[in-house]
Ligand binder design. Structure first.
Ligand SMILES: Nc1ncnc2c1ncn2[C@@H]1O[C@H](COP(=O)(O)OP(=O)(O)OP(=O)(O)O)[C@@H](O)[C@H]1O
Ligand SMILES: [Mg+2]
Length: 362
């Protein structure tokens, strides 16, 4: 399976509601903490206007969007890293995620239980982030112990790893997220097997309602996120869930009635795509135009494998047309004539917007 975003937060803050909006899923939503226990996995299509522009020229029978996976994870509470609430097991669900979507309750509603009976978004963020930090502290300590056991055969590699782990430990001791520690690519790679939680790219989702208080909560959250260079996306999770099954007309009047100008949904999906460091390439034919998500930096051989293992096994070459060229000249023949049709080998690095045709022999 592909790269995944894990949806985390305190219990009963709207995580499953958001998951259902994103994936059209049916995770149980209810007004009580720990409604979700087993993690649910769903996929969300990534809408890309370029697909419809390509379709206007090619008129394919089918259009397929790229997609990303979301995992709806159980709520975390204070002490989760020490087994409180649903505890450690759920931290390990977060470990599987490649990026984090952190939902924060930013609405007042006496009918909806808050686990600490207090709507204070910054405090809520702090509780969750502290658990991630404590869990990382444990993980790093264990990794250090393991390395020490191997001291007999200390080599350059273990020494390097030990140094990075010690650097992490002294940062975590200050109760700071590893995301803001200055680690270079090499150092990050050395500890990548640990899948440290506070190192994962994160975005904050402010779950709001129409009450004025939501606006103030959102401001607080924006200030915090600025320090971390993270994005905050506000969403009316409850209302958006109602929008899902409406037709366009109904949606319009509903949004007008509740004064929602812009659905946050697409914004969340686009930002998740960025957090996962994905780019899009296209395959285009009369049968189907399809957008494919792939990790930034992937080669044409990896892109071929994404479509089918036969494509990579028998890979000969990749023919590349740039999306903007195709939109401008509208024909492969024309693009060949002006010399912008490229043939690349297996090490070519795929660029966002490449339209790729693989030649293979099997
Ligand atoms: N923006 C909102 N305004 C008002 N109520 C909301 C909003 N978002 C969600 N809710 C309500 O909050 C309750 C909890 O929602 P949900 O089950 O999605 O939370 P959760 O974070 O998944 O909880 P758990 O951790 O227990 O799995 C539900 O009753 C839901 O309808
Ligand atoms: Mg839930």
């Amino acid at each position: 399976m592909g790269l995944k975003c894990g949806i985390i937060g305190l219990p009963n803050v709207g995580k499953s509601t958001l998951f259902n909006i994103l994936t059209k899923g049916n995770s149980a939503v209810a007004n009580f903490p720990f409604c979700t226990i087993k993690p649910n996995i769903g996929i969300a299509p990534v809408f890309d206007q370029r697909l419809s522009k390509l379709a206007q020229i090619i008129s394919p029978k089918k259009i397929t969007h790229a997609f990303i996976e979301f995992i709806d994870i159980a709520g975390l509470v204070k002490g989760a890293s020490k087994g409180e609430g649903l505890g450690n097991q759920f931290l390990s669900n977060i470990r599987e995620a490649d990026a984090i979507v952190h939902v924060i309750r930013c609405f007042k509603d006496d009918n909806i239980t808050h686990i600490y009976n207090d709507i204070r978004p910054l405090q809520d963020v702090d509780i969750i982030n502290t658990e991630l930090i404590l869990s990382d502290f444990d993980t790093c300590e264990k990794a250090i112990l393991q390395l020490q056991k191997k001291t007999k055969n200390t080599n350059h590699e273990t020494e390097k790893k030990m140094n990075v782990l010690k650097k992490c430990i002294s940062h975590l001791k200050k109760c700071l997220m590893l995301k803001i520690l200055d680690l270079n690519t090499d150092e990050k790679e050395i500890i990548s097997d640990l899948r440290l939680l506070s190192l994962k790219p994160t975005m904050y989702i402010a779950n709001i309602n129409e009450d004025k208080a939501s606006y103030c909560f959102l401001q607080d959250l924006n200030k915090l996120a600025k320090k971390e260079d993270a994005v905050v996306i506000p969403i009316y999770a409850n209302l958006e869930l109602e929008l899902i099954n409406m037709n366009t007309e109904e949606k319009k009047s509903f949004m007008h009635e509740f004064n929602i100008t812009n659905s946050g949904l697409n914004n969340i999906i686009q930002n998740s795509y960025k957090l996962l460091n994905l780019i899009t390439f296209f395959t285009a034919g009369e049968k189907e135009i399809r957008a494919w998500e792939i990790l930034n930096g992937s080669t044409s051989l990896q892109a071929a494998h994404k479509i089918h293992s036969d494509f990579s096994k028998g890979f000969i070459r990749a023919q590349i047309i740039k999306y903007l060229d195709f939109i401008k000249y509208k024909s492969e023949v024309k693009i060949r004539e002006i010399g912008r049709f490229k043939t690349e080998g297996k090490n070519y690095q795929i660029q966002d917007g490449d339209i790729v045709h693989f030649l293979f022999n099997i």
